[in-house]
Structure formats: C-alpha cells, structure tokens
Design a binder for this molecule. Structure first.
Ligand code: GTP
Ligand code: MG
Length: 421
C-alpha cells in the first residue's frame, strides 16, 4: 500500500493493485490452481489483479504460510507492480498475517477478509448491514484490530490508527465484544419479525419458492426473468446480499407463489458469516421448494453444487424438495448442449430431483421450469409427456450431455433419454 493513504482513501474508485497467492497443499485440500475465483472476488471488491503466485507445500509454514523463498518472490512482485496489497486464497492465522505484512511491507488479506469486504460494500438494507457488521466484528475480534478494509483503502472506523498499542487493542477488543452483543440482540429481533412474517405467509397458504446457488450462477437473472422484475444482476460475486421476494402468478397452477432471490454461496464460506446471515438464509430454509441454480458452463460445477449442498445442510434446508436449474446452457459448446428441457437425477437414493436446462439470459427453459414449480405447488406428479419437452436449444442430432460433461453429475443415475421411456 502506498504510504499516501489519504490519496488512496480520497479516490475510493481507483482500484487497489493486488497480488494473489494460492498454496497447493496436496490432493486433499480444495485448491484452485487458476486462482480465477479469487481474482473475480478481488475484482468484485474493486481491486485490480496484477500478479498471481502459486506455491506448493506439504503443510503451511507456521510463520509465513508460504516458505521464506516464496515470500521473497511475492515481495519482488509487490515491488515490481507497486502493489497495494497481497491476497491469499486460504485462511491465514492472525500471526501469519502479521508476519507476512512485516515481510512484504504491504497489507495482507485472506479470502475471508475479501469476502467480508465485498459483503460490506454490497449491504443495502438495514438488516444486511447489521449482518455484515456482525460477521466482520467476529472476524476482527480474533485478530489484532488494525483495519476495516481488506487492503486498508478506507479510513475512519477502528482500523487505521498506525500500529495500535496493546492497551488500545484491549480497548478495541472490549468495544468490539460489546458491539457484537448489541448486534446479536438487534438481529434476534429481526429474526423474530421475519419469523412472524413467515408464519403469516404460511397461514395464508402461499407456496414459497427460493432461489439458491453458488454466487454468479445467475439466480438474480433467473429471478428477473421469472417475475419480470429488475433485481441487480451483474458479473460480480455476491451481487445480491439482501433477500428479495416477489409474487409470481403461475397460469399452469392457477395460483400465485412467492419467489425469493437470495445471497449466493461460495467455497469455504466462513462459518461465522453463515451464522451472521442466519436471518436471511432462514428464508431459504423455510421455503417449500428450492430452485438450485448452477452455472452449467462452469468447469467446477461439481464442486460448486457440493458447496451449496453443504450450506443447505448447515442451515437445515437439506430436506426441502429441489429443482436443479442448469443455467447458462447458451454458454455451453454446441456439442454439449442438452436436447431437452427437463430430466431428473437421482441425487440421493430414492429421491429423483427434476433438472431443467435453462438460459435465464435468453429465456430458455423457463416454461418448463414454471411447469415444474406449478406441479410442486399443486402437489401433482410430473407426467411423462411433460418430461420430454423440447428445450429448443439444440437440434435433434445434438448428443446428450455426457456424465463427464459439464451438464451432468457423476451420480447421474440415468441418461435423460430413459426418462422418455
Ligand atoms: N451466458 C449466460 N450468462 C448468464 C445467464 N444467466 C446469468 N448470466 C450472467 O451471469 C452473471 C451473474 O448473474 P447474476 O444473475 O447476477 O447471478 P447471481 O447468481 O444472482 O449472483 P450473486 O448475486 O452474485 O450470487 C451475469 O453477468 C449474468 O448476465 C445465462 O443464462 N447465460
Ligand atoms: Mg444475485
């Protein structure tokens, strides 16, 4: 970070130059060798990625996370690009972060800090802001209190006193502890209010549908297409933070259902963040039907789906019926595009999950999706004829998605064709 913090702070629009670091800790650890997701996170936070560094180790170094040779290499890149900071793809201990900052001479953030920063930038509603503040304070309370912004670009708040003394840190810690308590009380109240609203909706018999999925899968785009609304959709991670609910009339069912757009999930989502966002996530947990939106064109589709499933378990939503929406089929190479709109997967023994191939952007598969929602809302079973709808996305000769292809899962129990039998 340049020593001229006032200049950096006064031009909040100007991106901070960041060096990204990922450490490959062997086959068991979840590791993204491209660092693409971290780069997208950094860009979503307003940073400019100037270099990416990959290190390989059996275990993280206790002091620096990377070896000292690698740390020197990172320092060289920081100097060369005049970077403002370094962002690690993995969680750093407070001590590692401190040591690295001393070694590199610039602020060092980890993935969690980066995600928290994005959430802080995005929070719009009162509730969203409370949730973000709670998550940040919980993260900060375990570290030396030194900054708010992940790359120290903001001024004010607790963060920017240069090198606080131990007494100051103690004071900050105590204040933070009290603030956390106060926030939890206020969020509890929000939670109770939401609970009351939900019970009222449940009494009114409204069938509740919730969009869930990995961040950037296209939930908001699909939400907009389905309810003809204009929720904020963008090629950013965590574009949506607040839950939006709209009523959607289904001709097929002759009734309206409520549809909610929710915050996206991400790999290694800090547990504390999930906890802080409980009130928002509860909306998904109380739904009658989940539309699990996946980016069918993502090379890491499988991992993303598993991550979403993990969070659903964590918030107690694992047993809610799901429809898988394989979105962005328009972005698949011609040869991998599915030929029909709907099939079903046996994701758990004995449970067939309907799957819709869709393009929220181009409006494909939406009718099939509405049909499935209507069936769920009226408690009717999908008829075989409805399972063979033409997706209109590929000609008859196009091959079906292969189990190894991006639009299929390994546990795909049947080829989509068998549904037509
Ligand atoms: N090619 C293609 N792009 C899509 C489609 N649906 C959404 N996108 C793009 O994917 C990006 C993310 O879309 P969003 O709707 O914001 O995704 P989201 O899941 O709401 O993301 P978060 O709110 O950030 O979690 C945007 O750039 C969309 O234009 C689709 O069907 N095809
Ligand atoms: Mg969104």
């Amino acid at each position: 970070m340049s020593s001229d913090t006032s200049a950096a702070a006064s031009s909040a629009q100007q991106p901070a130059r960041a060096v990204l670091v990922g450490v490959d800790l062997g086959p068991d650890a979840s590791f993204d060798p491209t660092l693409d997701e971290l780069a997208l996170l950094a860009e979503s936070a307003g940073d400019e990625v100037v270099a990416r560094v990959i290190a390989r180790r059996k275990a993280p170094d206790a002091a620096l996370f990377v070896g000292s040779g690698k740390a020197d290499e990172i320092k060289l890149l920081v100097d060369m690009h005049q970077a403002h900071g370094v962002i690690f793809d993995q969680a750093l201990s407070p001590a590692q972060q401190r040591n690295l900052e001393r070694h590199l001479g610039v602020p060092v953030a980890d993935r969690t800090a980066l995600i928290l920063e994005i959430f802080a930038q995005r929070a719009q509603s009162h509730e969203g802001k409370l949730q973000v503040e709670l998550a940040r304070l919980q993260y900060l309370s375990t570290r030396l209190v030194r900054r708010w912004s992940h790359l120290e670009r903001q001024r004010g708040g607790i963060g920017t006193r240069g090198g606080p003394g131990e007494a100051q840190i103690e004071l900050d810690r105590r204040m933070i502890g009290e603030r956390i308590k106060a926030l939890k009380v206020r969020l509890d109240k929000v939670k109770r209010q939401r609970g009351t609203q939900r019970r009222a909706r449940a009494r009114s018999g409204t069938f509740r549908v919730s969009l869930v999925g990995y961040t950037n899968a296209g939930k908001s785009t699909l939400f907009n297409a389905l309810v003809k609304a204009r929720a904020y959709a963008a090629n950013q991670l965590f574009a949506t933070l607040d839950t939006t609910t709209r009523s959607m009339f289904l001709e097929q069912a002759g009734r309206a259902v409520s549809l909610s757009d929710t915050v996206g999930f991400i790999r290694d989502l800090p547990h504390k963040l999930v906890e802080a966002f409980e009130a928002t996530l509860q909306e998904a947990a109380d739904a009658d039907l989940l539309l699990h939106v996946v980016d069918a064109a993502s090379p890491v589709l499988q991992e993303q789906m598993e991550e979403v499933d993990r969070v659903l378990v964590e918030i107690g939503a694992a047993d809610i019926p799901q429809v898988l929406v394989y979105n962005k089929v328009d972005a698949l190479p011609e040869s991998q595009r599915p030929r029909q709109a709907v099939d079903a997967l046996e994701r758990m023994p004995g449970v067939r999950t309907p799957r819709v191939f869709a393009s929220a952007l181009q409006g494909q598969g939406l009718d099939a999706l509405r049909d499935l929602i209507a069936q769920a809302a009226t408690g009717t079973e999908p008829a075989d004829t409805q399972m063979t709808q033409d997706a209109g996305v590929a000609d008859d000769e196009a091959p079906l998605p292969s189990p190894s292809g991006p639009a299929a899962r390994d546990d795909d129990d049947s080829s989509p064709r068998s549904m037509q039998a």
